[in-house]
Ligand binder design. Structure first.
Ligand code: SF4
Length: 208
């Protein structure tokens, strides 16, 4: 049997309804495997022949589908506990829509927190975003796994909301262009250096 693998989330609020879970289970079939991963997503492996109908049901039920493998993962978000506007929920959604699923040298994890409490643990992800006041601070090169975890480094601060997706896209595009095969993002940050990344952000925007 040919297998189809993909990831499903309920959106950045990470709360499924019972109806969504029931529809997902029925759509992917009894033999599908559904694995909970560390980036707030369900990783589904199912009979590929049912994929098209399952995709329609998942979308109908308001869930989001993401590719798996060497891609930018869905944005891991905090709980937006003080309200969507105060904590920048629309900015996090726009960021997710701009970057999730882009191909990369190694799976790339992004975390977003709506205040410096950092509930989504943004400082130990490849890319971390923290809302501070009206702007957003960007951290790169954090690492939670292994015996030598480390915090990310501050690459830019007070980024305005309208510039946030493009700022992070610039970093990701540079990684896409310059990253070596299977090079983890934190190693890439070490190799190219923070100064180079700051220069990438300082370049004038390309007119498309
Ligand atoms: S990071 Fe801040 S806004 Fe987000 S859940 Fe934690 S305390 Fe609430």
């Amino acid at each position: 049997m040919e297998l189809k693998a993909f990831a499903v989330t309920p959106g950045l609020k990470h709360k499924f309804t019972g109806r969504q879970l029931a529809a997902l289970g029925a759509a992917v079939g009894d033999d599908a495997s559904v694995e909970l991963t560390t980036v707030q997503q369900l990783l589904v492996r199912m009979d590929a022949s049912r994929w098209e109908s399952a995709r329609a049901v998942i979308a109908e039920q308001g869930m989001k589908i993401y590719p798996v493998g060497e891609v930018v993962k869905n944005v891991r978000a905090c709980g937006f506990c003080q309200g969507d506007d105060v904590e920048g929920y629309p900015a996090a959604v726009a960021l997710d829509e701009a970057v999730a699923g882009l191909p990369t040298a190694f799976p790339l994890r992004i975390a977003y927190s709506g205040c410096p409490n950092g509930c989504a643990e943004p400082l130990v992800q490849d890319i971390g975003v923290v809302k501070v006041g009206d702007g957003f601070n960007l951290y790169v090169g954090g690492k939670a796994s292994g015996l030598l975890p480390r915090p990310g480094l501050l690459l830019a601060e007070a980024i305005p909301e309208e510039s946030l997706p493009d700022t992070i896209l610039r970093v990701i595009r540079f990684y896409q262009e310059q990253g070596k095969k299977r090079e983890r993002f934190w190693k890439f940050v070490d190799r190219v250096g923070m100064e180079t990344l700051a220069q990438v952000l300082a370049q004038p925007a390309q007119v498309e």
